[in-house]
Write a protein that binds this ligand. Structure first.
Ligand code: GDP
Length: 699
């Protein structure tokens, strides 16, 4: 029996730029909801959500754990009917973990975006904001750290308007700032709210201080103007100057949040225990439940027909695996969100991504530091299954009788790689196992074997990403390995259309070899990938040889024609050729296809492509000239520069090849006073003068 109605579920996440206070905020949430009984300070490495060792050491969050808690809004006198079940899905703060952020956003119905009240909007806030736009995640903002020197609610709000969205609306204003920050004014109830007790757990509602009444009225007016557009009745009352009910405003904000038209802005200080409870109230009031979102869309794996599934317990079962983690105690944990139907241990399900049947053993609900075994789960639930085999991130698990494939999560290709060499034979075996496990968990982590040297090459999204993965191999799998220097994952493509012949004919007594093809190659747009077109008419090449030609072309693409890097964004059309009754074979056509493709690609202006990163550097003004000079020397292109709090911020595009060890060099130029973040942006042609060096390095 379902105990909690689905309309009282809130599946949410907290997203932020690193250091904005996400961990501290999450800790307070777990404390106020009664999940934890102690406030662990982040710097002491006790944060509950960060339970992995590396995370603790580095103080950043890598794994997305999902935690369940319950909350009743404070402002309503904690009425029981209002109680919601909140599934809190942790998202990583570091940009190298794009896959982690994306997969969690995919299953969220709402996100609290935490900002540093001194810096306002920062680089990663922008990145995650745009990702949240892509996944259509409703949001509220929380301007944190208002107790800090230099904090400004108004300035931070302005940066949100300028850099993220004009739809942000202040629904609170701070009482005092910096050292005097003592609480907030709720512009909806028009009350002052203070937080008392050792950890701010006592919420006290008071009248607004006289000296702030006027300002509060002004802010409230601005808020009403914005949110009234969401509700006909509210608009009427507002325009006619009639009394406005609190519930009316909340209803309008809720509608606006769900339609992305209103982004309410809250404020406080997580560290000083102020304001977090009201943001939790907002989760209850404004975020959609699973049934407020449109039905989830998927396809029938056989017929490709579009299917919509409602978040209803009586619908056929469907769920999306959004994270695979290795738990030190129970082994493989597959986190999933149920979109429709219900589930009990012992059920047999179908993985529609790989066509395999799976049996569900134990299911657990995670509470970050402990797990609770559950007997039944329902539409809207988020939980983890223990010991599932061959279920990867992004796979759909569903009812075998009514299969569905939910929309896949598309991850970026890795841009950086390193060679890894096990120290002993025993390490060699462990390496294989470790790599397989880690790749299952992280879709942006790829493994390849160099055909010539038989060495293992691993690739990922950035230096830190690979560093942490190597670290995990050493610690969790207890293996020793030497790692090479990081290498850029170049690619190759063509700029023009060209055609060429490929003939593989051998006559050597007995049965010969005969494959003959004409292939035309033409460029496709960036990101469009490879397309093979079969233009053979009248059986001049028999049907059974055509897949072999395609295979030959794909293998040639993988080897490249300039410096051995894989080729992308090319259309290859097989349009002519011939065959021999006796001598033709798949093998001969494969070679002929590969030869034709290579010849055509070589005359189609092949070019080398390199990953370009989006870099943001913030520094004290005195280093501005030095940093710009350094970026120019690294072939950087400055996009813009502006002031943020007391710092100068530079945004630039830079080739990844020039950026190894940048963090160290920045530290030395600025004597430790600069900070930078970098993420993959796109691929671009390598300038001519540099191409030669890359070719030479490969040969
Ligand atoms: P995360 O990287 O976003 O998870 O940020 P953390 O929660 O780890 O916080 C980064 C640093 O900011 C830590 O030293 C926190 O103690 C501090 N911090 C977090 N919230 C506040 C706040 O409200 N006020 C102040 N002054 N410091 C804060």
């Amino acid at each position: 029996m379902r105990q909690f109605p689905v309309e009282k579920y809130r599946n949410i996440g907290i997203i932020a730029h690193i250091d904005a206070g996400k961990t501290t905020f999450t800790e307070r949430v777990l404390f106020y909801t009664g999940i934890s009984h102690k406030i662990g300070e982040v710097h002491e490495g006790e944060a509950i959500m960060d339970w992995m060792e590396q995370e603790r050491e580095r103080g950043i969050t890598i794994t997305a754990a999902a935690t369940t808690c319950f909350w009743r809004p404070t402002a309503d006198g904690e009425s029981k009917e209002r109680e919601c079940k909140i599934n809190l899905i942790d998202t990583p703060g570091h940009i190298d973990f794009t896959a982690e952020v994306q997969r969690s956003l995919r299953v969220l119905d709402g996100a609290i975006v935490v900002f540093d009240g001194v810096a306002g909007v920062e680089a990663q806030s922008e990145t995650v904001w745009h990702q949240a736009d892509k996944f259509k995640v409703p949001r509220v903002c929380f301007i944190n750290k208002l107790d800090r020197m230099g904090a400004s609610f108004e300035h931070s709000l302005k940066t949100i308007w300028e850099r993220l969205t004009p739809n942000a609306v202040a629904v609170q204003m701070p009482i005092g700032q910096e050292g005097n920050f003592s609480g907030v004014i709720d512009l909806i109830t028009m009350k002052a709210v203070k937080f008392e007790g050792e950890h701010g757990e006592k919420v006290r509602v008071e009248e607004i201080p006289d000296n702030m009444k006027e300002a509060a009225e002004e802010w409230r007016k601005k808020m009403l103007e914005k949110v009234a557009a969401e509700d006909h009745e509210l608009l009427e009352h507002y325009l006619e100057g009639k009394a406005i009910e609190i519930e009316q405003i909340r209803r309008a904000i809720r509608k606006g949040v769900i339609d992305y038209q209103v982004i309410p802005v809250f404020c406080g200080s997580a560290l000083k225990n102020k304001g977090v409870q009201l943001a939790l109230d907002a989760v209850v009031y404004y975020f959609p439940s699973p049934i407020d979102a449109p039905p989830i869309r998927g396809r029938d794996p056989k017929t490709e027909e579009i299917i919509d599934r409602k978040p209803d317990d009586d619908e056929s079962f469907s769920a999306l695996a959004f994270k695979v983690a290795t738990d030190p105690f129970v082994g493989a944990l597959t986190y999933f969100r149920i979109y429709s139907g219900k589930l009990a241990p012992g059920t047999t399900l179908f993985n529609s991504a790989n066509g395999k049947k799976i049996r569900i053993g134990r299911i657990v609900r995670m509470h970050a530091n402990h797990r609770e075994e559950v007997e039944e789960l329902y539409a809207g639930d988020i939980a983890a299954a223990i010991g599932l085999k061959e279920v990867e991130t992004g796979h759909t698990i569903c009812d075998p009788d009514n299969p569905i494939i939910l929309e896949k999560i598309i991850f970026p290709e890795p841009v950086i790689s390193i060679r890894i060499e096990p120290k002993t034979k025993a390490d060699q075996e462990k390496l294989g196992l470790a790599l397989k496990k880690l790749a299952e968990e992280d879709p942006t982590f790829k493994i390849k074997t160099d055909e010539e040297t038989a060495e293992t090459i691993i690739s990922g999204m950035g230096e830190l990403h690979l560093e942490i993965l190597v670290d995990r191999m050493k610690k969790e799998f207890k293996m020793e390995a030497n790692v090479g220097r990081p290498q850029v994952a170049y690619k190759e493509t063509i700029l023009e259309t060209a055609e060429a012949e490929g003939k593989y004919i051998r006559q050597s007594g007995g049965r010969g070899q005969y494959g003959h093809t004409w292939v035309r190659v033409s460029p496709r747009k960036a990101g469009e990938g490879f397309l093979f077109v079969d233009e053979i008419k009248g059986g001049i090449i028999p049907k059974e040889y055509i897949p072999a030609v395609r295979k030959g072309i794909e293998e040639a693409m993988d080897r490249g024609v300039i410096a051995g890097y894989p080729m992308v964004d090319i259309e290859a059309a097989l349009y002519d050729g011939s065959f021999h009754e006796v001598d033709s074979s798949e093998a001969a056509f494969k070679i002929a296809g590969s030869m034709a493709f290579q010849a055509a690609a070589k005359s189609a202006k092949p070019r080398l492509l390199e990953p370009i990163m989006r870099l943001e550097v913030s520094i004290p003004e005195e280093f501005f000239g030095d940093i710009i000079g350094d970026l120019n020397a690294r072939r950087g292109r400055i996009k813009e520069s502006f002031d943020r709090a007391l710092l100068k911020v530079i945004e630039a595009f830079v080739p990844l090849a020039e950026m190894f060890g940048y963090a160290t060099s920045l530290r030395s130029i600025t004597h430790g006073r600069g900070a930078s973040t970098m993420e993959f942006s796109h691929y671009e042609q390598v300038p001519h003068n540099i191409t030669q060096g890359i070719i030479e390095a490969r040969t």
